[in-house]
Design a protein around this ligand. Structure first.
Ligand code: PMT
Length: 401
């Protein structure tokens, strides 16, 4: 609930991406925000006032001179009510009006009348975005500390390819959440494990799993964005290191333990997102095992539990585990929280299609001693930001107790 109690005034202008605003409102509300909507005349061509009223749960405002609306929450009251003015999608025309201080409709008037923090998610044709006039307006607005979210690049509704698409609703929500929560991990060192481990059988074969590292890398990126010094101890994956993050590459669980222990003493937070092999082959064959008998028997021995080892240190960091479960998800996760003596655990149900191992999306049930929060299915980048916001909050609570 990273936008808990935040009063968000959503301005919707006339672009094709306006059809995504019901979804955007749902996602803002899921994070605890109270959302009121202002529609420009152009926007009504793309999305109905009635559907935005239904999802926001409030009357939608569109006219500056509307007796009925002014009798309820008038435009000055609305401007004062808002903590945040988010304009999504914002057309080139809207940006030009705001840059020049025109106030000829409700949204542009509210912009002048509010002291709320302003965020803009532009959406327009790529050539319009790159036009000199739009870039000049962008610069003017940025000088007024207005924050821009996107635009994203890619294929556009008109068939062009380039920058100008409105950022996806979940990324708008997570950008807003991290901008409003600030650098919560400034001056903190966070050690994170990610990816699979590889336990060799012989010089050409190994035992491993389907972890891609995407979840752990997204967590590393989110922690770095919150100002932390991040060390990412990574099993073999093909991902690029997020900016500002130090990576230590490892292969086996033993290597991972050694790398973690070399960094952990100076760390305040440890997050174990890796899928570590619980067992390794007792004796790795020196030469490639030949296909001779019908049966091959291998003996396994237990690997060290890295997370448990860290949590059992005399002065452990704030310790966060992950639990990938295919049944009794919550019960097993709570068991690990207790048995491994963790501060927090993020459980993922790996039976859900399109989530968990090796996918771009995930959903987490984050549990700690006093409470729990469900983070619904989302892109791992956005989900990691929500997780890091929770970790930072609980870590800071623990320090102040
Ligand atoms: O990498 P992706 O493709 O993005 O997928 C993400 C993920 C599903 C791998 C990730 O979200 C996740 O759930 N990671 C933990 C997976 C797991 O194997 O959980 P576990 O239940 O076996 O282990 C519990 C916890 O102990 C984990 O934090 C694990 O990192 C840690 N552990 C486990 C065994 C061991 N020997 N050492 C450990 O530190």
């Amino acid at each position: 609930m990273h936008l808990f109690d935040k009063k968000i005034l959503l301005g919707v202008t006339g672009g094709i991406a306006a059809y995504k605003t019901p979804d955007l409102i749902r996602k803002l509300k899921a994070q605890g925000a109270d959302v009121r909507v202002v529609l420009t005349r152009g926007a009504t061509e793309f999305v109905s006032s009635l559907s935005l009223q239904a999802v926001s749960g409030h009357q939608v405002h569109s006219e500056l001179l509307d007796e009925q609306a002014e009798a309820g929450m008038g435009h000055i009251e609305l401007a004062k009510w808002a903590d945040v003015l988010l304009i999504a999608p914002a057309t080139a025309h809207c940006m030009a009006k705001l840059a020049h201080g025109l106030a000829d409709d409700l949204l542009s008037t509210l912009y002048l009348a509010t002291t709320a923090q302003v965020f803009i998610a532009p959406a327009m044709n790529q050539q319009m975005w790159q036009a000199r006039a739009t870039q000049d307006n962008l610069q003017k607005l940025q000088l007024r500390a207005i924050r821009f979210i996107g635009p994203a690049a890619g294929e556009q509704a008109c068939g062009d390819v380039g920058p100008g698409r409105m950022e996806e609703p979940e990324l708008i929500v997570s950008a807003l959440a991290s901008a409003l929560t600030g650098n919560k991990l400034e001056g903190k060192k966070v050690v994170i494990t990610a990816g699979p481990t590889r336990e060799p059988i012989d010089p050409v074969r190994y035992l491993s799993n389907h972890s891609s590292g995407k979840m752990g890398y997204a967590v590393a990126q989110a922690a770095a964005e919150q100002g932390a010094e991040v060390v990412l101890v990574s099993g073999p994956v093909s991902l690029t290191v997020p900016p500002g993050v130090k990576r230590i590459s490892v292969q086996t669980a033993d290597d991972m333990l050694e790398a973690v222990m070399s960094e952990i003493n100076s760390a305040q937070i440890f997050i174990a997102a890796a899928a570590v092999a619980d067992y390794r082959i007792n004796h790795q064959a020196e030469n490639k095992i030949k296909k001779s008998d019908d049966k091959l028997t291998l003996t396994f021995v237990k690997n060290p539990d890295i997370l448990k080892t860290v949590a059992a240190l005399p002065s452990p960091p704030f310790t966060v585990g992950f639990a990938a479960e295919s049944q009794n998800v919550e019960a097993y996760a709570r068991g690990k929280l207790e048995n491994k003596n963790l501060d927090m655990i993020a459980a993922n149900d790996i039976t859900l299609e399109g989530l968990g191992f090796n996918s771009d999306e995930n959903a987490l049930h984050v549990i700690w001693k006093e409470d729990d929060v469900q983070l619904p299915p989302a892109n791992k980048t956005g989900l990691a930001k929500s997780l890091i916001a929770l970790v930072a909050k609980q870590y800071n609570n623990k320090q102040s107790n």
